[in-house]
Design a protein. Structure first.
Length: 145
């Protein structure tokens, strides 16, 4: 989790949150994280959203919502990924290719295994660069050499 915390601090630090500890990680790389003030946040790397939940009780209430629980478990996606890719190794999560993450494409052939730190880094960098764009603005991924 050390690399994942480093990625959070480096690539999500622009949010102003001082991340302290990763509390839980879903199979698809969603994260519950505490900040230095004790507040809990929900990070969704797919939508590139960081939601401040507040106290442990408030976080528990949020996570108890059936829709949130369904997204957290992502049972159909996890089953498809496990069948196609096998179990993730220590520190890995299931996710989608970078292009599929940006496009919102959930096709099973776009599922990959990736270290959590890499997913958090990528999603944080994209979120920072696209935070002020209007919804639906086309973007291009450019990979530097």
């Amino acid at each position: 989790m050390k690399r994942a915390m480093q990625a959070l601090r480096r690539d999500w630090g622009w949010t102003g949150v001082s991340f302290e500890d990763i509390i839980a990680v879903s199979p698809m790389g969603h994260v519950l994280v505490a900040d230095t003030a004790g507040a809990i946040h929900y990070l969704d790397p797919e939508t590139r959203e960081l939601i401040r939940l507040g106290s442990e009780a408030q976080a528990a209430q949020y996570m108890a919502d059936p829709e949130v629980a369904c997204v957290w478990r992502a049972e159909a996606l996890v089953a498809a990924a496990r069948e196609r890719l096998g179990a993730p190794e220590d520190g890995e999560v299931y996710t989608r290719t970078p292009e599929a993450l940006i496009a919102g494409d959930y096709a099973h052939e776009n599922l990959i295994r990736l270290p959590l730190a890499e997913l958090l880094s990528f999603s944080g960098q994209v979120a920072c660069q696209t935070q002020d764009l209007p919804e639906g603005t086309p973007i291009q991924l450019k990979v530097p050499n």
